[in-house]
Design a protein around this ligand. Structure first.
Ligand code: HEM
Length: 224
């Protein structure tokens, strides 16, 4: 069976990490585009959030799918990392370590920081545990005031800063993740490597800037 073959070999596990990673990148892009409704105003943001809640079937399918993909990605990636360290008990020679970028050496650490952020973020905006007063807001149409909730939260410099720091770790993870994924899919050769590196860095900066723009715009009073 194809799943058994994928889970059962090291290259199969690499492919699974790359596929789940690609799906997570799809979510990260989609969620960022959705969040940009904050720049269009309360009506657009709250209508968008209300629309998502008005289609419980697709919403719950996406939520459960996302959790499964996220958990698989973490478990398989950590297993691969342990296998790789186990296969190399003496470690890399010094010059090889120097060649590896900081982003590639800290994949497990940045990945686990993203997991910590995801838990904090769900407690914050989905379960309303971090700032209950902001979470309780409703707009004049009686809808959950997601716009007001986000403004309320990011007016607090500590919360805004925590999101920007988390987006930095997400971007660091992405710099290496995109290159590594393209390599697993066989899309990187010796010649195209510098271009692929630039694309990965450009994409990570785009995600960092695209998400961070929201807390920064609110804290600076551009969006209120
Ligand atoms: C500045 C950055 C971000 C902002 C302003 C933001 C905003 C939000 C808001 C407002 C919600 C609740 C939506 C609602 O109740 O209708 C939400 C949910 C969520 N966010 Fe984010 N988000 C950010 C970054 C991220 C990142 C980087 C990830 C993934 C790594 C992420 C993953 C999620 C997930 C999984 C949910 C739950 C979705 C659901 O309940 O179905 N968010 N976000």
């Amino acid at each position: 069976m194809i799943l058994k073959r994928l889970f059962g070999s090291s290259i199969g596990r690499k492919i699974l990490v790359a596929i789940t990673g690609l799906l997570l990148i799809g979510f990260v892009i989609g969620h960022m585009l959705g969040n940009w409704n904050m720049f269009f105003g309360r009506e657009e943001m709250n209508a968008y959030a209300a629309f998502l809640k008005s289609i419980p079937g697709p919403l719950w399918t996406a939520r459960i799918g996302l959790i499964v993909i996220f958990v698989l990605h973490i478990i398989i990636a950590l297993k691969l990392k342990m296998e790789n360290s186990g296969a190399r008990p003496v470690g890399y020679k010094k010059n090889n370590t120097q060649r590896a970028s900081a982003a590639s050496r800290f994949m497990a650490q940045t990945g686990l920081l993203i997991l910590a952020f995801a838990i904090y973020h769900l407690l914050h905006f989905t379960f309303g545990q971090i700032e209950p007063s902001g979470f309780a807001l409703h707009d004049d149409q009686g809808r959950h005031d997601v716009y007001g909730m986000v403004i309320h939260s990011f007016s607090n410099p500590a919360i805004a800063a925590s999101y920007v720091v988390a987006m930095f770790f997400l971007a660091m993870h992405l710099v290496h993740a995109v290159q590594s994924m393209l390599q697993t899919f066989g899309l990187t050769g010796e010649q195209s490597r510098p271009t692929v590196e630039k694309i990965s860095i450009g994409f990570a900066i785009f995600i960092f800037a695209g998400y961070s723009a929201i807390p920064v715009a609110i804290l600076s009073g551009l969006v209120r």
